[in-house]
Design a binder for this molecule. Structure first.
Ligand code: ADP
Length: 645
C-alpha cells in the first residue's frame, strides 16, 4: 500500500471529509507527476467529490477549470451540516488550520477552550458564549472574554439570563436553527427591543447554530460592543466552517466522554474484585482477568500472559461436556444463564464456582465471564448439614435419655422376669437336695436339677445384661469430649423438666477445661441423673428456693472435676452407705438405679463419684472426677457373674 493510500485511509478514519479531499488531491498530484494519468484522474475525481460534499464550491470550480473532463461526475452535497450554503471565496489555509485545531481535541474541556479562543480570534469578537441546549433550558457552557491581547475562557454551567445574552436572538437561533448577524445592533432591527442590546449598546452580534447530522448541538454567540460590522462575510464563511467542525467535535467529544465514563465504570467493577471477571476466547484461552479471578484459580499475571490460564487447564474432566454445551449455547444465544461448576486451581485443588457468560457480539469469538467463588457457601452448607446431623443425634440421645427415665416401669417388669428364674432356681435347688438326701441318693436326678439351675441362672444373667445395655444405650464410644459441652447438652435435654418444676440452674464452668477421653452419651446420662435427682429432692423440700449449681474445674491432681449441688433436703444420713446400691430408693416411685448407674459409668471411665451434704445451697452434693487420659475400664460385676454362670 502506498503512502498516499495510507494517508487516504487515515483521513477517512478521522471522519472529516475535507481531510479525505486533501489526501486524494495529493495522491492525484503524485500520480500525475509520474505520468499515471488514469490513476491521477481517479484520485482527483474522488478529491473533487469530497470537496463538493464538504461544500468547498470555490475549490471545485477551480478544479473544474483546470481538469474540465472531471466535470461529468457531479455529486450533490449532503445538507446535514451547518454549512448549507456554498462557502464562497473561502481561503483554505486558515480553514484547515482552524479545523485541525478543533478536531485534534477530544477532551471536552480542552475542545471548548480551543473552540472559544479560535472563534474569538477568527471573528474579531470581544466576548463569546457557548450555549448548549439541555433537557429543559439551554445553558451557558463557556464564556470567553478578551482584554487587550489576552483571551480568557471560563467553563460555566449557568442559566441563560437577559443579563448575559440577548435572549430574543438566542431563542430565534434555537428555534429556526439559522444564523443571526447584526452589523450594528444599535440601528433599527428585529431585535432592537432586546433588553441586553439596549443596555449594552451592542454593536456587532453574531449568533451561529452548531449543527451536526441535522441536530442542534449548541449555539456560538459572539459580540463586539465597540465596533460595528466586525463580522465581515469572509470571516462569517470561516466561522461557519468553524461552527460545523465544532458541532462534530463537540458531539464526538461528548460521545468519547460518555464512552470513557462507561469504560471507567466497567473498569471500576472489574478492579473492585468483588467477583471474578475474565475475558474469554471461544477456543478456551483467558485473555484478560481481574485479580479476584486469578486469586480464585491460583494463577498469576505471568501465567495469563503466557496463555496458561486456559479452559483446558481449568476444567476437571467431568465438566468438559458441560463446557462444550456452554460454549455452543453462548455462540448461538450470546449469553448463558449462571450455573455451578468446578475449576481446577493451579495447585491441583478444586474450587466450586458459579459462572455466567456473555459474548461481546452474537456469534463472536470473545466474551466476558463473571465468576463467583462458592467455597464459603459450600462450607456453610456442609456445616449446616453437619449440625443437622448432630441435632438428629441429639434427638436420638434425648429419646434414649427419656428411655432411661422410663426404666422405673421397666424395672417392675424386669424384676418380674428375674423373679421367675429365681423361683425356678429355688425350686430346682430344693429338688436337687431332696434327690441327694434320699437313703439312696439319685445322682442322675440331682444332676438334672443342677443343670436346670445353671440354665435359670444364665437366663437371669442375660436379663441383667440386657438391662445394662439398655441403661447405657450402647457400647462405649470413646472420643475427646468437653465436659462443659456435655453439661450444657444435658441441661438442654431436661430444660422442660427444670421449667415445669420451677428450678433454676447456675453454672461455674472452667473456661479452658482440657478435654477428657470419654463416652459423651454416657456422661450425659450421669449429669441427667444427678440433676433429675436434685429436682426431685427439691420437690420434697419445703424451701422456697429451688436451685441447682453446677461447677467444673481442673483439680491439682490433673483430673477434671464436676460438682452438682442443690438446695433440697440433702441425703438422708441413715442411708449414706446404701446410696449406690442397685435398686436402693427412698422414693415411692423411685427405682434406685440412677446413682448406681452413674457411679458405674464414671468408674468405667477410670474416675470416682461421691455423694455428701456439703452443698453450698444447703442440700445434697454429688462430685465426680475424671482422669484426663482414660485407663482401661474396670470389668463390670454383672458381666463377670454372667460369665461365671
Ligand atoms: P432413685 O431414682 O430411687 O432416686 P437413685 O439411685 O437416683 O434412685 O437415688 C437413690 C437414693 O438416693 C434416692 O432414693 C434418694 O434417697 C437419694 N438421693 C439421690 N439424690 C439425692 C439428692 N439430690 N438429694 C437427696 N437425696 C438424694
Amino acid at each position: 500500500m502506498s503512502l498516499y493510500e495510507l494517508a487516504i485511509r487515515s483521513a477517512r478514519g478521522s471522519g472529516f471529509v475535507h481531510y479525505e479531499a486533501i489526501a486524494y488531491e495529493r495522491a492525484s498530484a503524485s500520480y500525475r507527476a509520474r505520468k499515471f494519468d488514469e490513476l491521477a484522474d481517479f484520485y482527483l475525481r474522488n478529491a473533487r467529490d469530497r470537496y463538493m460534499r464538504w461544500g468547498a464550491v470555490g475549490k471545485v470550480q477551480q478544479l473544474d477549470e483546470i481538469y474540465a473532463h472531471l466535470r461529468d461526475r457531479e455529486v450533490t452535497p449532503a445538507p446535514t451540516s451547518t454549512i448549507t450554503a456554498p462557502v464562497e471565496h473561502l481561503d483554505l489555509a486558515p480553514v484547515i488550520k482552524v479545523s485541525q485545531a478543533i478536531s485534534s481535541e477530544i477532551v471536552l474541556e480542552k475542545l471548548i477552550d480551543t473552540l472559544m479562543r479560535t472563534a474569538i480570534a477568527q471573528a474579531g469578537a470581544v466576548r463569546g458564549l457557548l450555549i448548549v441546549p439541555r433537557d429543559v433550558e439551554p445553558r451557558i457552557e463557556a464564556e470567553a472574554t478578551t482584554r487587550g491581547e489576552t483571551t480568557v475562557v471560563h467553563l460555566r454551567d449557568d442559566n441563560v439570563t437577559a443579563a448575559a445574552v440577548p435572549e430574543s436572538v438566542l431563542r430565534y437561533v434555537l428555534r429556526t436553527q439559522e444564523s443571526v448577524i447584526l452589523d450594528d445592533a444599535t440601528t433599527e432591527n428585529p431585535f432592537s427591543a432586546d433588553p441586553y442590546i439596549r443596555q449594552h449598546n451592542s454593536r456587532s452580534i453574531l449568533c451561529l447554530p452548531l449543527i451536526n447530522q441535522a441536530k442542534l448541538i449548541g449555539v456560538l454567540y459572539l459580540e463586539n460592543n465597540l465596533t460595528p460590522r466586525v463580522f465581515a462575510p469572509t470571516r462569517i464563511a470561516l466561522l461557519k466552517v468553524l461552527a460545523s467542525q465544532a458541532a462534530i467535535s463537540l458531539e464526538n467529544s461528548r460521545l468519547y466522554g460518555d464512552l470513557r465514563e462507561q469504560e471507567a465504570r466497567i473498569r471500576r467493577l472489574v478492579d473492585a474484585n468483588i467477583i471474578g471477571i475474565f475475558i474469554w476466547e471461544l477456543e478456551g484461552r483467558v485473555v484478560e482477568a481481574n485479580d479476584a479471578f486469578l486469586r480464585m484459580v491460583g494463577y498469576d499475571r505471568e501465567d495469563l500472559a503466557a496463555g496458561r490460564v486456559h479452559r483446558r487447564n481449568l476444567t476437571p474432566p467431568e465438566w468438559c461436556d458441560r463446557d462444550e454445551r456452554t460454549m455452543t449455547e453462548v455462540k448461538m444465544m450470546g449469553t448463558v444463564q449462571p450455573f455451578e461448576k468446578e475449576y481446577f486451581r493451579k495447585d491441583g485443588n478444586r474450587v466450586p464456582v458459579m459462572i455466567g457468560l456473555a459474548s461481546f457480539k452474537k456469534g463472536g469469538k470473545q466474551g466476558v465471564a463473571f465468576v463467583l467463588d462458592l467455597t464459603e457457601r459450600k462450607r456453610a452448607e456442609a456445616e449446616a448439614r453437619e449440625s443437622e446431623r448432630r441435632l438428629a443425634d441429639l434427638r436420638m440421645e434425648f429419646a434414649h435419655t427419656a428411655r432411661v427415665s422410663l426404666l422405673g416401669e421397666l424395672t417392675a417388669s424386669i424384676a418380674h422376669e428375674i423373679n421367675q428364674p429365681l423361683a425356678a432356681v429355688f425350686t430346682n435347688s430344693k429338688a436337687g437336695l431332696r434327690w441327694l438326701d434320699r437313703a439312696e441318693p439319685n445322682v442322675t436326678e440331682a444332676r438334672e436339677s443342677l443343670k436346670r439351675i445353671v440354665d435359670d441362672t444364665r437366663r437371669a444373667a442375660d436379663i441383667i445384661a440386657r438391662i445394662r445395655t439398655m441403661a447405657t444405650g450402647k457400647t462405649s464410644q470413646l472420643e475427646a469430649t468437653s465436659l462443659n459441652d456435655v453439661i450444657e447438652q444435658s441441661i438442654t435435654f431436661i430444660g422442660h423438666e427444670l421449667q415445669s418444676k420451677r428450678t433454676s440452674v447456675s453454672f461455674d464452668l472452667a473456661p479452658s477445661l482440657p478435654k477428657i477421653t470419654g463416652d459423651r452419651v454416657q456422661l450425659q446420662q450421669v449429669v441427667v441423673n444427678l440433676v433429675i435427682n436434685a429436682i426431685q429432692a427439691m420437690e420434697e423440700s419445703t424451701t422456697a428456693r429451688r436451685a441447682v449449681f453446677i461447677r467444673t474445674f481442673l483439680s491439682e491432681s490433673e483430673t477434671v472435676c464436676c460438682t452438682v449441688e442443690d438446695s433440697g433436703t440433702g441425703f438422708d444420713v441413715r442411708y449414706m452407705s446404701r446410696l449406690f446400691d442397685s435398686f436402693f430408693t427412698t422414693k415411692d416411685s423411685g427405682m434406685g438405679i440412677g446413682l448406681a448407674m452413674s457411679r458405674s459409668i464414671i468408674e468405667a471411665h477410670g474416675g470416682v463419684l461421691q455423694a455428701d451434704n456439703e452443698s453450698s445451697l444447703g442440700g445434697a452434693r454429688v462430685r465426680f472426677a475424671l482422669p484426663l487420659n482414660l485407663t482401661p475400664p474396670r470389668a463390670n460385676k454383672e458381666t463377670v457373674s454372667s460369665n461365671q454362670t
